[in-house]
Design a protein around this ligand. Structure first.
Ligand SMILES: [Zn+2]
Ligand SMILES: [Zn+2]
Length: 177
């Protein structure tokens, strides 16, 4: 079929391809909408931007993503929604490895127990372990993908023990005089 282009007045040959009968025909919304350059966009379109052609698919949900939406994360490509989900749930490797509060809490808890009232530093390490442990647990509740909840709880328990031992020791010291 030969048509005249309305823009340049050149005659162009138009080929139409019939889709196979057995397959359901899915209308690609992008096919009808011209992109910024004026060229009709070839399907598949981006799930968020129907005017943009997809460059790849999200590795998590499988949505088509355009250049704007494709978010390269730790060797995979995510759509914006999945990136925000992973980020808000603390599921990114960088977030997990950078989250050291539970380890700090556990270390302080162990130190406070090692002091066991024989060293005044126990009164610093103990409450320190409790404070960092509680803040770690709170953050893990908000972002369930973050690791170390057990470490943080252990830190709180050990910190409480260390603090208690210190208090008992100081009380005993004062009472002895
Ligand atoms: Zn996705
Ligand atoms: Zn997009």
């Amino acid at each position: 079929m030969v048509r005249t282009c309305p823009a340049c007045r050149n005659e162009v040959r138009v080929f139409t391809v019939e889709p196979p009968r057995s397959e359901p025909v899915v209308a690609a919304p992008a096919a009808a909408i011209p992109a910024a350059g004026g060229e009709p966009v070839q399907a598949p379109p981006c799930a968020r931007h129907p005017g943009n052609a997809a460059v790849t698919a999200c590795t998590r949900c499988g949505d088509f993503v355009c250049n704007v939406c494709a978010t390269p994360v730790e060797g995979t490509v995510l759509c914006v929604r999945c990136f925000e989900f992973k980020h808000s749930h603390g599921e990114l490797v960088a977030q997990k490895s950078g989250f050291g509060t539970p380890r700090t809490s556990l270390a302080l808890g162990i130190l406070s127990v090692l002091c066991m009232g024989f060293c005044w530093l126990g009164i610093v390490f103990g409450p320190g372990a409790i404070i960092t442990g509680v803040s770690a647990v709170r953050q893990i509740r908000r972002q369930p993908g973050l690791p170390g909840e057990k470490l943080a709880v252990a830190g709180i328990v050990l910190g409480s023990l260390g603090t208690l031992a210190c208090l008992v020791f100081f009380t005993w010291l004062i009472a002895k005089r």
